[in-house]
Design a protein around this ligand. Sequence first.
Ligand SMILES: [Zn+2]
Length: 404
Amino acid sequence: MDEPRGNDEGANTGASALSALDRRRFLGLTAAGAGLLALRANGAPCSSLEPTPAALPGARKTKRVVLVAFAGGVRTRDTFGSPENVPNLKKLADEGVLYTRARTANLGHFGAALSIFTGVAEQRGIRENARGPYPTVFEYARKELGLAANDVWITTSGGAQQVNYAYGLHAEYGAAYGANTLDGEGVFNKEFKRVLETLGRPREMPKDEEAALKKLRASLAKGGEAGLNSAESAAQVERYILQELTRGTADLTGANAGDAKALRLARNLVSLFKPKLTAVVLQEADTAHGSYNGYVEVIRRNDAALGELVQALRDDRELATSTAVIVVPEFGRDRDLNSRRGLDHGDGSEDLSNVACLCWGPDFERGKVVQEAVQVVDVAPTVCELLGARAKLAKGKRLPGLFA
Ligand SMILES: [Zn+2]
């Protein structure tokens, strides 16, 4: 626990970071971490730690999905149409399926990105900073498959509205089935963060927090095969988990710093917890309104950060053979530059209303390009089906021609 962990970016993958730990001890930590992270936002322990039988498709290898909303408004012309900008995405496309005509939802950034997670384009009445009326892929997966909270995560580039992707307001779903949220500062769901903060800052805790912490420690103690049964070691585990999750994010700078952090958090998450569903929401490509060149720089950097995330999957035998990755923007951008030599989004062009959707995974076709028209809202039902769940209220349908 004493070794410095904050700034070791570079070649340090999750696997190598873990090898620094005693193996047996780490197994204990992971079990303990599962207990810790199963704690719901309201402080109640998750009721669904025992896995319920899932309707998993027959011989499929896919057990996990990483869903990246490559959002902020990104044209295909600047990604797969300029492969030098996105060598990592290009490589994934060469090994997977690329849908070149995915119709976007005609909404603002937030509503359109949310539709990736709900599979519903008509988010009537949605304000730019509110939860949507429809359930998300996180809620479908957690409710139907009985997944614990630590199996479903979303990392975002930051900003208050981004917490709204984690769950919607539908009466049969909602917060109890939401994703754990991490943003670029490594911040958990507000309530969860408060619990963690108390560990490094001894003080009088309000009663509800104290109860939450007690429960948390009790669940940690249960996972204490490796001797993690004292309050102090539980606190160490909690610190360790937070450190591991935010490892390498402090020094990320540049045009895409928020996006890069979100992708780094996701990389750390998949290495540490191997969640069933990990989502990432990017947003910084929207700098394009003011600068085309700045936008291309964000795309390039995000491609590199995505490459690191995929490398972490490739480096782990279990993840490499069981994880599907889906990358899709919420919409594109205008065909022509604006007066600031930037790109807005509002001209109704093909560049705006069609994006490329990339799918890579152990069950998918390889090197296939699908020109058939599909929709961005097809992503949510596809993700659910991959995990063995059904997006009951989604308007999209499973992407065609995906499976080998
Ligand atoms: Zn914009």
